[in-house]
Design a protein around this ligand. Sequence first.
Ligand SMILES: Nc1ncnc2c1ncn2[C@@H]1O[C@H](COP(=O)(O)OP(=O)(O)OP(=O)(O)O)[C@@H](O)[C@H]1O
Ligand SMILES: [Mg+2]
Length: 321
Amino acid sequence: MLVAVSDLLRHRLIFVTGKGGVGKSTVATALGLVAVRRGRRTIVAELASQSRARAAFHESGATFEEVQLADGLFTISIDPELAMEEYLRVKTGSVGQALGSSRLFQALAMATPGMRELLSMGKVWELAQLQRRTSGADVYDLVIVDSPATGHGAGLLRTPQTFAEIARVGPIAHQARTIAATIADREFTAVAAVAIAEEMPVSETLWLRDALARDGMGLDAVIVNARLPERFAERDRAPLAQARDRARSPLVAAALDAALSEQARARGQAEQVRRLRDGLGQPVAQLPCLFTPQIGRPELELLADALELPRPERAAAAVGG
Ligand SMILES: Nc1ncnc2c1ncn2[C@@H]1O[C@H](COP(=O)(O)OP(=O)(O)OP(=O)(O)O)[C@@H](O)[C@H]1O
Ligand SMILES: [Mg+2]
């Protein structure tokens, strides 16, 4: 069952996934801003070491520590090897610390299929705990995970369960089971998919919904990003085309060509949104395409405004154009 963005933010842990390049990092950070406006101490955790959230706030370089971006908003880039060192240090003291810093041990651990994902998920889980295992670490009300692209993202969510089944006994199985239980807890954890209104991203979103359902999970929200404004209605098309055919000035003809092509693209997007909505059987939230070379804090605030609208299905119309 899909919920509105405000319901989404009631969870403590939100995974944001979607096809590559559709705006996962942007939407994850905008969601973070909405949460902060509601007084929730929030961290956006990036899993692919891309540091997109930091870049939007004019901070450079990857950091594997928790960094404050704005009042109440933090970010971290999760590195599996550092997550393992931290885990071993906290869990097993000096022996673990020696093991964690052993290059051979690290190489072996990282070569274990799925181990990097499990360690990353372990760190995500740790960030979402009311009692942080990292000493002196503050508690977050909300952890938003900027997850890898769809296929990998779905695999990531399944990793702890897979490890729990394979390992069965021992500390890894125990830890994996704890993380898997947290992910399976649909009060605690939510999954949001970001798509753009094009054929492949829409298909991937529907695929993701089915893949999650097979694992007993679901999509809690779907956000269509970068909707073009619908400046021209279907009925404008014929008059625009006629005017273009009659235009004497090349400049006017070019402008009318541009208008026609935009109308066609917006119509194509509307069709894909309909397909997505029908496929899901639920409404979707929408965010406008922002015509700026870079997305920084002001643009993220605009997207946060759009997410906060009571009927986010209309967000594109309200903010775009
Ligand atoms: N609503 C929007 N309007 C205009 N540009 C946008 C919008 N959302 C995202 N972008 C831009 O699109 C590009 C991709 O966005 P982003 O990095 O958030 O995508 P992603 O899904 O996280 O990508 P990746 O799969 O590489 O991690 C960025 O340059 C971003 O600034
Ligand atoms: Mg990204």
